[in-house]
Unconditional design. Structure first.
Length: 371
């Protein structure tokens, strides 16, 4: 296979973090736009990016881009793309996507047209009229933005936030990809000490351990493209072996998690064990009112947000107590994510730096204290 154009979506606000990650994959032509990072590489990058990227939501192959103001243009545009390069005669190729600010606004109609165009293209190449689609899934994904259609092929399958260690979670879990971005922005290093006094299901601390010990986040899961006949199994085997060899088993990293909920502690312990970093993280049941930050440790927190008026007031009271306990400074840095625009008021101190992030559809700020 020749050079491939890739696109990796990410949480808004984490583009620079993902760009830095992508830069270590030995790729070219890196471009950053809102919510995604695009680049070029060889087929080996399919495995490398899926296994190693911590903040990407998935790894997409960009098949082509063209103007589509009519269904005819959409059909002809898709039919002109070299789909046979990746999709075999028995492979499944479902279609999904979205349209925004475009003349072609009906997603079901666009799905139907793209499917028909793909069938025409592949039918001509393989000399068949009917597709059994019993083979590996090659998910086609389209995006029509301001009348420009981009067609992708999803190599990941399940989103990359699904690392494989968190089968269960508490009521309001933070996505692993967002947690990894926060950990990167918190400047966690191989010798860092990290604390989370509201650890929930342990995600922030597990991602901190992965970052510090250089554990590739995709090592414990599989990917859609692993089943593609177009990619040799040796490619995946080689990349997994390289990722395992890169793990820092001697790192002095240590983490401490606490939560008032004993069920959350049990969940965190189990998740850390599944993630393979249980020996690096100590958990205990503890009210945040009794939490004392460790000297030299960075505290990372995803406190409850609250959606209704009473819950919001409770969350703001919690911010106040958190500020009283943390009292962040140079020796006790802290990084906290919150959607409350008055967080600093209740926390009792203005952040040294703020960064806008999105937790799902919730607009948040990452409040960073390091002075």
């Amino acid at each position: 296979m020749e050079e491939i154009r890739f696109c990796c979506p990410c949480h808004f606000g984490l583009e620079s973090v993902l760009k830095f990650e992508v830069g270590r994959l030995n790729v070219t032509g890196i471009e950053v736009t809102d919510g995604k990072v695009c680049f070029e590489g060889d087929p080996a990058v399919i495995a490398k990016a899926n296994i190693r990227l911590a903040t990407a939501e998935r790894v997409l192959i960009e098949l082509g881009r063209f103007r589509a103001e009519t269904f005819e243009q959409l059909f002809e545009g898709v039919a002109s793309l070299p789909l046979e390069r990746y999709i075999g005669r028995t492979d499944a190729f479902p279609v999904k996507g979205h349209s925004l600010n475009s003349k072609l606004h009906s997603v079901p109609h666009c799905q139907s047209i793209i499917k028909k165009a793909a069938c025409k293209r592949l039918g001509q190449r393989y000399g068949i009229e009917w597709f059994e689609e019993t083979g590996a899934v090659h998910q086609l994904q389209f995006q029509i933005m301001k009348d420009i259609c981009t067609l992708y092929l999803d190599t990941s399958g399940a989103g990359l936030h699904k690392r494989g260690y968190r089968k269960n979670s508490n009521a309001a879990p933070i996505k692993e990809t967002l947690a990894a971005g926060i950990i990167d922005l918190a400047r966690v290093r191989p010798d860092s000490i990290v604390c989370d006094p509201m650890c929930g299901s342990g995600t922030l601390l597990i991602e901190a351990a992965y970052k510090a010990l250089r554990v590739a986040p995709g090592l414990k899961r599989s990917f859609a493209a692993e089943k593609w006949q177009q990619l040799p199994a040796e490619l995946w085997k080689k990349e997994r072996a390289a990722a395992i060899a890169d793990i820092d088993h001697e790192g002095s990293f240590k983490a401490y998690g606490s939560d008032i909920d004993p069920l959350a502690i049990d969940l965190s312990v189990e998740n850390a064990r599944k993630a393979g970093v249980g020996s690096k993280i100590a958990f205990r049941e503890l009210d945040v009112n009794e939490f004392t930050p460790r000297e030299g440790a960075v505290t990372v927190v995803n406190p409850p947000y609250g959606e209704r008026l009473l819950e919001i007031k409770e969350a703001q009271e919690l911010y106040k107590r958190l500020g009283e306990r943390l009292r962040p400074d140079r020796q006790h840095p802290a990084v906290i994510i919150s959607p409350d625009e008055e967080f600093e008021k209740y926390f009792g101190k203005q952040a040294d730096k703020k960064r806008k992030l999105y937790n799902g559809m919730i607009k948040c700020d990452l409040y960073m204290y390091f002075k």
